[in-house]
Design a protein around this ligand. Structure first.
Ligand code: 13P
Ligand code: SF4
Length: 312
């Protein structure tokens, strides 16, 4: 009898479907995907695909971005309720009110936002290209940035800008324990600390490398001479890192204790909602299709396309 991975691959080739997966997906989903990437790479791949069906193994805003870029393709998501606490922190109506209070400002939005928020945005960024895109704007541009205040503060500190920041953050990245990181640095004095810019400033101050999931992975790949790496991002990234660099000693940082109970999990529960079974079902039945209303997609595609053009 065929296993479920083989059944998924057979269905994908029969239906001319491409399976895209984020680095935070369950290992077994990453293993069955055609392509694994960070948010930017997933959007770029979606924009280029010749497939008839695109299955986005990630969270909802990633599938929406793919649909906006490929309006004529069928975009599916294994679990349509896989959301993002950061994207949820910024509702379109609240952003509209913020814009109204700042009429001469441009809006730069992180890709972790709904299609409706992107429709109110001038240019989108991901953690891969945020510095490049913001530097592309005139030095004196007045900017509203949302929804991740940690990423926004990091961009301000590197570019010397003074963007107004939305008060949002990712519940996984804002929870990493500074104390645990300091202890690990003491235990592994030669380790390089690799952190995602969604982490708090105090964590970023302790990092040797700050970058997207792809940048963090690339650093480990490109430094075989180094042994220990302290990884401060969602632990799903460790799967691809272990495959790419089996010799590296990868040390994940735990989150802070919650209400006195130690928790060793640094996983995004939304990302983990997708399973092989749900992927198989959605591909078989072509269910959980992601729909973005046309009038929203027409506006949202402009800041996404601008980002892709400026990223080249
Ligand atoms: P990347 O763009 O680095 O893949 O990050 C996406 C994300 O959701 C981080 O929490
Ligand atoms: Fe959203 Fe955080 Fe999960 Fe990334 S890790 S998808 S920002 S909740």
């Amino acid at each position: 009898m065929k296993n479920i991975q083989q059944a998924i691959r057979d269905l994908a080739s029969k239906k001319n479907a491409v399976i895209l997966a984020h680095y935070y997906q369950r290992a077994e989903i990453q293993d069955v995907a055609d392509f694994i990437g960070d948010s930017l790479a997933l959007a770029q791949k979606a924009a280029q695909t010749n497939a008839d069906i695109l299955v986005m193994c990630g969270v909802h805003f990633m599938a929406e971005t793919a649909k906006i870029l490929c309006p004529n393709k069928k975009v599916l998501i294994p679990d349509p309720t896989a959301g993002c606490s950061l994207a949820d922190s910024c509702k379109a109506e609240d952003l509209a009110a913020w814009k109204k209070q700042h009429p001469d400002y441009q809006v730069v939005s992180y890709v972790n936002t709904s299609a409706a928020v992107k429709a109110l945005t001038d240019v989108v960024v991901t953690s891969s290209n945020a510095l490049k895109i913001v530097n592309h704007l005139p030095k004196d541009a007045k900017i509203l940035f949302g929804p991740d205040q940690n990423l926004g503060a990091y961009i301000n500190s590197v570019t010397g800008r003074n963007m107004e920041l939305w008060n949002g953050c990712c519940h996984v990245h804002s929870r990493f324990s500074v104390e645990a990181l300091l202890n690990l640095k003491q235990q592994y004095p030669n380790a390089k600390v690799l952190a995602h810019p969604e982490c708090k400033q105090i964590i970023l101050n302790l990092a040797d490398v700050i970058g997207s999931t792809q940048a963090i992975l690339n650093y480990v790949r490109q430094h075989p001479e180094e042994k220990d790496f302290i990884v401060v991002t969602e632990s799903g990234i460790l799967h691809e890192m272990r495959k790419a660099c089996p010799e590296a000693n990868l040390i994940p940082v735990p989150p802070e204790m919650t209400e006195g109970v130690g928790c060793s999990c640094n996983e995004c529960e939304y990302m983990r909602q997708n399973t092989l079974e749900k992927l198989y079902e959605c591909l078989l039945n072509e269910s959980n299709e992601v729909i973005v209303p046309e009038e929203v997609a027409e506006k949202a595609v402009k800041p996404i396309q601008k980002m892709l053009d400026w990223s080249k």
